[in-house]
Design a protein around this ligand. Structure first.
Ligand SMILES: [Zn+2]
Length: 114
C-alpha cells in the first residue's frame, strides 16, 4: 500500500522574517509508475528523458534501468527465522524491539582486525 507523499514545508523558515505557513502543504500524489526491471514504485517525474524499447518508461534511481541486481537475502538460521517470522510471545517481543537490538549489537561484528 502506498501513501500519498507529502512535503510539509510549514515547518520551514526561509528567514526570520519569512515563515512558511501550514497552508503551503502540497502533494505530488502517489507513485503511479513501476520500474519494468525491478518493480519499484516510482513517480513519473523520476523517469529518464530517454525511453527504452517499445517506448518503455525508464528509471535510473532504483536499479539503473536493470543494470543493478541485488542477490536475494540468504535464509536465516532457524532460530533467527522463527524470531523474524513467528507470532509467539518471544518472536513478537523480538519484532517489536528489533531496532534496539540491532543498535546494541551493531558494533559487535565490525570484522575489524586490531
Ligand atoms: Zn528499477
Amino acid at each position: 500500500m502506498c501513501e500519498s507523499f507529502q512535503i510539509d514545508i510549514g515547518v520551514l523558515q526561509k528567514s526570520p522574517a519569512t515563515v512558511v505557513t501550514r497552508q503551503d502543504v502540497w502533494s505530488i500524489g502517489q507513485p503511479t509508475q513501476r520500474c519494468v526491471f525491478c518493480g519499484a514504485n516510482m513517480w513519473m517525474h523520476e523517469r529518464l528523458a530517454k525511453r527504452g524499447a517499445n517506448n518503455t518508461i525508464l528509471f535510473a534511481i532504483c536499479c539503473m534501468s536493470g543494470k543493478v541486481t541485488l542477490p536475494l537475502l540468504p535464509v536465516p538460521p532457524p532460530l533467527l527465522g522463527t524470531l523474524l517470522d513467528g507470532d509467539d510471545e518471544r518472536a513478537l517481543h523480538h519484532q517489536k524491539h528489533i531496532r534496539a537490538f540491532n543498535g546494541m549489537f551493531s558494533f559487535t561484528s565490525m570484522a575489524g582486525k586490531i
